[in-house]
Design a protein around this ligand. Sequence first.
Ligand SMILES: Nc1ncnc2c1ncn2[C@@H]1O[C@H](COP(=O)(O)OP(=O)(O)OP(=O)(O)O)[C@@H](O)[C@H]1O
Ligand SMILES: [Mg+2]
Length: 589
Amino acid sequence: MKSASLGKKPRRVKAAFIGPFAIVLTFILGAFAATAYFVEVQVRDRDLAERMTAVEKLVDQKLGKDTNLMQAVLRTMMDNRAIEVAFASLDREALIREAGPLFETLRADHRITHLYFNGPDLVNLLRLHSPGEFGDLINRSTMTKARDQGKSMHGLELGPLGTLTLRLVTPWRGRNGILGYLEIGEEIEYLVEEIRDSLSVDLFVLVDKHFLLPQQWHQGLALLNRQGNWDRFGSHVTVAQTTRQVPSALNDSILASLRAGGTEVFKDGNRVLHLAMLPLDDAGGRRIGDLVVMRDITALQKTFQKSVTAVSLLSLLSGAGVLGLFYFALDRVERDYQRQHDLEHQLLRLGTEHQRILQIEKLSALGTMVGEIAHQLNNPLVGVVNLAQLAAREADDPARTRELLTEIHRAGEDCHAFIQSMLRFSKVSGFESMPTPMTQVIEETVLLFRQTESRHCPVEIRLPEQPAVLTVDPILIRHALFNLLLNAAQASVDEGVIVIALDRAASPDSGAPGWEISVTDHGKGIDPDVMDKIFLPFFTTRSDGTGLGLPVVQHVALLHGGTVTASNQPDGGTKFAIWLPDREQIGSN
Ligand SMILES: Nc1ncnc2c1ncn2[C@@H]1O[C@H](COP(=O)(O)OP(=O)(O)OP(=O)(O)O)[C@@H](O)[C@H]1O
Ligand SMILES: [Mg+2]
């Protein structure tokens, strides 16, 4: 139950990763789409801007070329003596005769539509394109400018029928002053067709209604066989176009926006159209209308949309792939985490269990200890009681009574000895360390051992060249070494030599630097079955042992931050080693 609740945590971790990752991915895709749109707009706008510049250039080029041609025509006429005489003598018939054929050729081959002979007072003498109309005053801008400035003038001019004409007016000076003015012109509707063919754009020429009269404009429609709708737009009317119809979606507000200098994109049926506008100025510098340039970007947009969709799909798929991989990776991490989590939980449980077992072990060790003490004291005490009863019964026999009292005394001595060893064990808790020359401690212990040990086992002392001084409690160390020497002697057979040695050594547990005092005998060794019990209090294999010697040694080693180890030697015998840490050393002498 508990592990299920613990398992919830990793699941939250996965959600915490996946959520932000999906958000980042969405954001990247969104940014990509926005960038793609931005790029498309840039490409589309740049393309139209380039075409607008090209349209402007082409219009200038074509009008310039046509003006040059018209200039050449007028010069040719002015070089013609017969025409000059006819003009000077205001002979209309002669002018028609002399200049008529040239004009017809120009009209047929070079789109020239107008040719005027006007007097010095700007009154029309002859219209070769319409000989029936004459005698009116021509005061168009090109004409007045040519008169005022005395030189050739040209430019676009809007006719009353709504036709746009490129006109050139040249003053003709005769021998006796100004003869009059020659005016030549061409209608420029053809221009929009040529630009469309060159630049793949459609064009509409819009003229401001202020410059036209609806009646005349309608006459013009009929005369020139054109189609048009005066009311299609509010302020302007179409006078030339390259498509059969103006797009139905094109309205006044779009035109206003174009006139303000912007570009417009709109849908017209299935087509997507991109529009911009150029101003149309006449020879007098007035803005008479607009040249609307329209590009069909349906194919371009479709291609762009297709590529963007393809790349978006690809990115989406890769993103989903990465997300999937990420999900699986996280799943694995989550499972590992879960496993680790469970493991930690188990360890925690085991730790608690271990503590409990330790507690039980301690209690059972205490029980054993109490049992052992009771046992050790009970035997001699039972003896004392029995012997005392016997002594009471046999009080009449003094010799027997003395014998029994000696037995009672021995039993009391045994109890005393046991209690003494118990007290020695408990004394270990008093601990007072000081800088101690270890050589001296070892030598004194061996001396004491030789005096008290009845078997007189030979003891060999091996000391380092440099005497070591360690901060230890010398009494406790002596006590521990004495116990080890005693055990070695008790285990030795045939008075085998006991070696007590002091060496530099690393800790068997942590590898920390320190010193090792070892006692090695050549005795019977320790049975592997009891090896892990020898440090337990009251464990003994000897009939007269108390089993407190080695626990005392271990206690002393621990009090000094050290350890004690026992090992059987390959050539027989046992080595006990007390390792003491280096940090206790304060110098050497
Ligand atoms: N050098 C040794 N060689 C072989 N066995 C040993 C050696 N030292 C200790 N032992 C074993 O370890 C047991 C425990 O030793 P320990 O010194 O604690 O108690 P003891 O010697 O039996 O009794 P005590 O020391 O209290 O008189 C011994 O009974 C013995 O079996
Ligand atoms: Mg002992």
